[in-house]
Write a protein that binds this ligand. Sequence first.
Ligand SMILES: Cc1cc2nc3c(=O)[nH]c(=O)nc-3n(C[C@H](O)[C@H](O)[C@H](O)COP(=O)(O)OP(=O)(O)OC[C@H]3O[C@@H](n4cnc5c(N)ncnc54)[C@H](O)[C@@H]3O)c2cc1C
Length: 408
Amino acid sequence: MAGVATWSVTPSRHPSRADAVVVGGGCIGASVAFHLTRRGLSVVLLEKGHVASGATGHSGALVRQHYESLVGIRLARRSLEFFQRFERETGFLCDFRTTGFLSGARTKDLEAFEALFKLLAGEGVKVERLSAREAMDLEPGLDASDYAAVVHDPDAGYADPIATAAGFAAAATRAGATILEDTASQGIVVQGDAVAGVRVRGGHRIASERIVLAAGNWTPGLARPLGVRLPIGFIRGDVAILRRPVGFRNTPRIHFDFYNGTYSRPEGDKDMLVGYMRTDPRKTVRRHELTDDSVRTSTVRGLRTRLSKRFPAMARAQPRGGWAGVYDVTPDRYPVVDRVGPRGLYVAAGLSGHGFKLSPELGRLVAAYVTEARRPADLETFRASRFRDGEPIVPDAPFPARHGPRLP
Ligand SMILES: Cc1cc2nc3c(=O)[nH]c(=O)nc-3n(C[C@H](O)[C@H](O)[C@H](O)COP(=O)(O)OP(=O)(O)OC[C@H]3O[C@@H](n4cnc5c(N)ncnc54)[C@H](O)[C@@H]3O)c2cc1C
């Protein structure tokens, strides 16, 4: 029977060469390492802290398919299917729980709602269109009275982000990869026009002709010395955990509330997790270090107030803590996944708040790119040059409320 992932402690000696070195042990790097081993490559994964210690361990870990662009829906759908069979694929548990997803539109946004609904349905998402009444019958506790229509995706859910990254890492280890925790990449070695390896502590070097930078918020800093500038800014994200009050019995679905600026989901059997929707590229800052990943009491109260506009009973919810993390955000809110700089260097960064749910499929695509040296069609959209070329990703069915004024 599958269990929680573990792997042998960091070996005292590490390989001096590998077919590929992955820098970063978040959900993206761990997924890339897993998929590379599936393709038969020898892999070393370097992680400066521990697996999932970055944004992944701070993630809300929602797995939804509700995207405004075809590429987002497609990758999210394939990733969701992977989460559903995670144990079969990796041999480990990621604790994926199907909850369903609800999001509503006010009358002024109905036209955009219909277009988005059509896009989702056309891509094979099993969406249902509900009236406000039907939504409130389905989700007791929800105030949908201002909605003219509601979309329901019964397949969406959430997983444990730490177990997911650890599961990918452990499965990669089983297939022969070496995971080196507490081991930072101290620089990429370049010979001629190609990468030749990675420097680690003690003057050691791991030789490799293929290096994948999947270091989340740290990726731009690792790429810069190689002459690669990535258009990625940073934004803080706070998450609160609230105990559902007595009488709020049903486990709620994921809810995206574009009008009050929150996303929420159940957390276990008794609590709800809530966060602000905050990945507006215009609000990003250049530095990303979090000196403290705890969440302020006033922020928890603010989130509770905001959530109770949609779930009135939550006004009486008891705070159960929370945390803060940092989003890495690009100007069009889609990642940069590309071969950049010297030959053999790949980046997968700027996940813009989507990294967890897309990690299974992005890992698979990056592994294909690295081994076949030909860009998979789905990654064409995420090329780094799109910003320079004035071709950012434009939503196929934009939902205006999502892009409205950001809330505090
Ligand atoms: C509050 C919050 C809520 C979120 N909610 C969701 C959600 O509901 N759904 C969703 O899909 N996404 C969500 N996200 C986004 C998602 O969590 C991220 O996109 C994803 O975790 C990014 O994974 P990553 O592997 O790219 O980066 P990370 O998880 O940050 O991993 C990068 C790793 O690289 C390591 N590293 C850095 N420098 C070096 C070095 N020099 N050498 C070796 N290792 C190094 C770091 O220690 C880190 O562990 C959320 C993010 C936040 C902050």
